[in-house]
Design a protein around this ligand. Structure first.
Ligand SMILES: [Ca+2]
Length: 255
């Protein structure tokens, strides 16, 4: 029975894991500014074990991304400067035109991630409007907006965004999860600027099917042994009820 109690306590521990920061994109330090679309400054700092992540990427070549140090430098620079290069002036327009950058989080084999929120700072690079963003994820095949709005601030003042994820699509996921950040602006050269992109959640080991079956078998066997011992004690004490016929199996005694 002690084993059963310990196993139950372990399950409770897993289900009560506290959400915490898993990774953070802060886009490097002074001196790492670059207009190239690949650089160590596009990679996140991981805060959790048993996960990996791609850098921020422009996979479709539909936007321009750079690690920027602009004239109106915001607190926390360098930052991510994204130029959607025109062709969309709304969230739906940016989605249709494929104007996004992305990153992909992958749990290690044997682990699952449960993602509950993302926070980031975002703003217009200048005065021209409308500029804004839409965040979608692979949990529902990029169908629902996890966050999105026209931006009313301009560099160097950020708008702080918190995107809370629905339970289900991003819960106990063992496969890679990708997020698309769609951006729109009225003309090429008008940027949307980002910093401190933080993903929050938990990482937990996934019991292998064989292990689960083994635990179930062990619990069943322990319960049967306990019942058998109890019956033997009752019979030894002269219990007046009907004795089990010799040779009957544990299952027969339970029926
Ligand atoms: Ca930064």
């Amino acid at each position: 029975m002690r084993t059963i109690i310990v196993a139950a306590a372990g399950l409770l521990t897993i289900t009560s894991l506290q959400s915490a920061e898993l990774l953070r994109f802060s886009f490097g330090s002074t001196g790492q500014e670059t207009t190239a679309e690949t650089s160590p400054a596009y990679s996140p700092v991981l805060s959790a074990l048993n996960i990996s992540s791609t850098p921020i990427r422009d996979v479709n070549g539909q936007v321009g991304i750079e690690i920027s140090s602009a004239a109106t430098t915001p607190v926390g620079a360098p930052f991510l400067r994204v130029d959607p290069q025109g062709n969309s002036t709304s969230g739906p327009g940016a989605v249709t035109a494929g104007k996004y950058f992305e990153f992909t989080l992958t749990p290690d084999p044997g682990y699952a991630v449960s993602l509950d929120s993302m926070t980031f700072d975002v703003t217009r690079g200048g005065g021209a409007i409308p500029r804004g963003f839409v965040l979608r994820g692979s949990g529902d095949n990029y169908t629902a907006n996890l966050a999105g709005q026209d931006l009313t601030t301009a560099r160097p003042t950020y708008t702080a965004i918190t995107a809370t994820f629905p339970v289900g699509a991003y819960t106990a996921v063992e496969s890679p999860v990708t997020f698309h950040f769609y951006v729109y602006a009225p003309a090429a050269g008008n940027s949307v600027d980002w910093d401190n992109i933080v993903l929050n959640g938990t990482v937990a080991a996934v019991p292998e099917p064989g292990t689960t079956a083994l635990i179930a078998t062990g619990v069943f066997a322990l319960a049967a042994l306990a019942r058998r011992k109890k019956n033997r004690e009752l019979n030894d004490q002269g219990f007046s009820g009907p004795a089990f016929p010799s040779g009957s199996s544990v299952l027969q005694r339970w029926c």
